[in-house]
Design a protein around this ligand. Structure first.
Ligand code: MRU
Length: 342
């Protein structure tokens, strides 16, 4: 298992996911601005991994000052910068809020802020791995021997800095002998499926085939998919799920073909402040990501494109949400509230 996030010689090292699978190149970030750029540019991506990287980003912001007022000011500047990078990822705001509490606690006790924030970032990384492993095991129990699972985007270790969410369930199911193979949706426009998920599955020795988004209807129509397993960037209190653009049509197809559709995510992805999917902010990215593929233009100059990075799947299409504190089932208002209370 390869973690895309490392704390090395006093700096944050990030596996540059834009360059995979061609190259395993690492970025060194010594300032919060560099971390923010790595998150916006998607060198590091996946909601939980974004949150962990941001926690290291605020730790970097305060490291050269012993003055509490200066530490607070630098923290707040870095907080605002990092919080604005990927607005749909709930784990980003969640991790930054945790960092804010850690900073205030340290300042109250006259302890070094940088040390407290670095400890928090390490803790977040460790607890993500523990949560991933727990939810992977719970999710794997939902599968049956011989299952062919369809997944979207990338939800493995690259996306969490741990073991993965939906990707972790796939890995655990394979280890338990409950998985036959994986259909990897290529995931336009940035191809996280074919570039990243395929790379991870190949390294893990798990059988997979890549399919285009356009093939999914035919795939399900031919009865070749037994379950859909995806991750989430933000889950509303009623169970509506924001995830990588293209997730919603997969859920509709799954419903049409009687294929169970599961979401796997840590509790930190649930946003109790969003009553439904309508309250979830949807990141809109540069349209050039749509009009080009791997930096090569695939539309004439001047073409107008829309690039919503996420869509919302209504909770009615979700069979269960697998978290580290249990498998949540409808009615989600109740199961989510009790998961948050544990
Ligand atoms: O835009 P990305 O690549 O950050 O989107 C990632 C996803 O949509 C994942 O499904 C989600 O973050 C869950 S990661 C375990």
């Amino acid at each position: 298992m390869l973690s895309p996030i490392r704390w090395e010689d006093g700096a944050l090292a990030l596996l540059d996911q834009r360059r995979l699978p061609a190259e395993e190149a690492w970025l060194r970030c010594e300032k919060p601005e560099q971390v923010a750029e790595a998150i916006s540019g998607m060198a590091v991506r996946g909601a939980p991994a974004i949150g962990i990287a941001a926690a290291y980003g605020v730790a970097l912001a305060v490291r050269d000052t012993a003055d509490p007022a200066a530490a607070r000011r630098r923290f707040e500047e870095a907080f605002d910068l990092l919080a604005a990078t990927r607005p749909t990822a709930a784990n980003l705001g969640w991790a930054l809020e945790r960092a804010s509490l850690a900073l205030e606690r340290a300042l109250d006790r006259a302890e070094p802020a940088a040390e407290a924030l670095l400890t928090l970032a390490h803790d977040l990384e460790e607890s993500q791995l523990a949560a991933d492993r727990r939810l992977a095991r719970l999710g794997a129990e939902l599968l049956s021997e011989g299952d062919r699972v369809l997944t979207h985007c990338n939800t493995g270790a690259l996306a969490t800095g741990g073991y993965g969410t939906a990707g972790g369930v796939i890995q655990a199911a394979f280890e338990f002998g409950r998985l036959r193979s994986v259909w990897v949706n290529e995931t336009r426009p940035l191809l996280q499926g074919s570039r990243l998920t395929a790379w991870e599955l190949q390294r893990a020795g798990i059988p997979f085939r890549v399919v285009t988004e356009a093939s999914l209807g035919a795939l399900m129509g031919r009865g070749l998919v037994d379950r859909v397993l995806v991750g989430a960037d933000r889950i509303a209190a009623n169970g509506d799920v924001a995830n990588k653009i293209g997730t919603y049509p997969i859920a509709v197809l799954a419903e049409r073909h009687g294929v169970p559709f599961y979401v796997a995510a840590p509790r930190s992805t649930i946003d109790p402040g969003a009553a439904s999917g309508e309250a979830i902010p949807i990141e809109e990215r540069d349209p050039r990501e749509v009009t080009s593929v791997l930096d090569r233009a695939v539309a004439p100059p001047g073409t107008v494109a829309v690039n919503w990075a996420f869509d919302v799947t209504p909770h009615a299409l979700v069979k269960a949400i697998v978290t580290e504190v249990g498998v949540l089932e409808p009615p989600y208002g109740e199961s989510i509230a009790s998961a948050l209370a544990t």
